[in-house]
Design a protein around this ligand. Structure first.
Ligand SMILES: [Zn+2]
Length: 89
């Protein structure tokens, strides 16, 4: 296993798991991006409200929670190798 990453900003070596690059002070993010988590949350709430209005409130509540849980697990799997370097200005 390679536990070193190369920073695309300064081409320096960064240990995997570091939050900030030692060379250029770029922030390093792992895992699920914020927008993807928001999309899942909005989908779950929309589904919950919709089925709560059309069906029954508890189906909407449980359905929304299940959808959110499934989405989170799916996203975690999808983005488990995601690493993003972001320069601070
Ligand atoms: Zn760097």
């Amino acid at each position: 296993m390679d536990d070193q990453m190369t920073c695309p900003m300064c081409m320096g070596r960064v240990p995997r798991g570091a939050i900030v690059c030692r060379g250029c002070k770029a922030r390093i993010e792992y895992g699920i991006p914020g927008w993807a988590a928001t999309v899942i949350l909005v989908c779950a709430i929309t589904f919950g409200l919709w089925s709560g209005a059309v069906l029954t409130w508890w189906i909407g509540l449980i359905g929304g929670l299940v959808l959110f849980w499934l989405g989170s697990v799916g996203l975690q799997h999808l983005f488990r190798h995601r690493v993003v370097f972001r320069l601070r200005y």
